[in-house]
Write a protein that binds this ligand. Structure first.
Ligand code: ZN
Ligand code: ZN
Length: 310
């Protein structure tokens, strides 16, 4: 094994370990939040707990998706297994909608019949403890994610951090409800939580749907790819029909490379390999397909020094 392969394996193990611990932490936090809800009967704490349950299932699905998406390409899936990551994201979106509907049902009940919280202070203390555990874990994920250069881990950590902010908002509101005796504040807070998680669910789901729809790379990345190809295609005449698509971590690139009709297969292959190597050096998990064509397939007139894009 090379040093780079060793490093990659170590980083993959580390990401997998963090994913497992995410599940454990999510279980503990969820149990505490459910306990706080049972102690108080608060709809807002119920909504907070339901969001955590959605997080537990999501964390498990995300772990499964990481394992599957890292499986190398095989006969059944010759393009790799990257899209597994979108399944977990779509599942997250669906769960969040279910959680929001359950919360809305409770909010409706409570708005018609608002009740004071039972045992408010011990219940709020338990929920505060859960929020602190979550905050500490979010910090660990963000720190490790930055060290490992894993945007997925950083995003996980930031997601948990937004949950923590929501939790503290709910707690502050409930403290106000207990102190003022305005019981309606409880279902109203739950309503805000439901709206917030619906928004998050919509965002996650729309992102994964664009991945399932074979969305192209963004404009900046497209320009970068064009620059890399141009800089490394000396000897070719033209590049056209560049197509890209993103599947999880992987970027797929294909294009036509026009060369002189008299060029040998060997010579044109050298150009292809040079472009492929340059793209692989710059873009992680890239798959490249190049279709070589003779000059009568060119779309632009001949004669410029640099390789023109058509
Ligand atoms: Zn062509
Ligand atoms: Zn080749």
């Amino acid at each position: 094994m090379t040093a780079i392969a060793d490093q990659k394996a170590a980083s993959k193990r580390r990401v997998a370990t963090l994913a497992i611990w995410s599940i454990v932490v999510a279980f503990v936090v969820t149990a505490l939040k459910l306990l706080a809800w049972r102690m108080t009967g608060s709809v807002a704490l119920y909504s907070d707990a339901l969001e955590s349950i959605a997080n537990v299932v999501t964390a498990m699905a995300a772990y499964w998706a990481i394992l599957v998406s890292h499986t190398p390409a095989d006969e059944d899936h010759p393009f790799g297994h990257h899209k597994a990551e979108y399944f977990s994201a779509v599942l997250e979106g669906v769960l969040i909608v279910v959680a929001a509907l359950l919360i809305l049902a409770q909010v409706w009940q409570s708005l018609r019949n608002p009740l004071p919280l039972e045992e408010p202070w011990p219940g709020l203390a338990v929920n505060t403890g859960a929020a602190f555990i979550n905050a500490a874990w979010a910090w660990v994920l963000i720190r490790n994610g930055r060290a490992q250069k894993s945007p997925a881990l950083v995003a996980d950590g930031q997601h948990i951090m937004t949950d923590v902010v929501t939790s503290f908002g709910v707690l502050a509101g409930l403290v106000a409800a207990v102190l003022t005796g305005w019981h309606l504040l409880d279902p109203l807070l739950a309503l805000l939580v439901a709206i917030n998680i619906l928004y998050q669910g919509w965002r996650v789901t729309s992102e994964s749907l664009s991945g399932l729809m074979d969305r192209a790379v963004d404009v900046q990345e497209n320009m970068r790819i064009r620059d890399i190809i141009s800089a490394n295609s000396k000897g070719a005449l033209e590049v056209h029909d560049l197509k890209t698509r993103i599947a999880g971590r992987a970027t797929f690139i294909e294009f036509h490379l026009v060369v002189d009709a008299g060029m040998s297969v060997g010579e044109s292959h050298v150009i292809c390999d040079r472009i492929e190597d340059a793209l692989k050096a710059e873009i992680p998990s890239v798959r490249i397909t190049i279709h070589v064509e003779p000059d009568d397939e060119a779309k632009l007139p001949r004669g410029t020094a640099a390789v023109p894009f058509a």
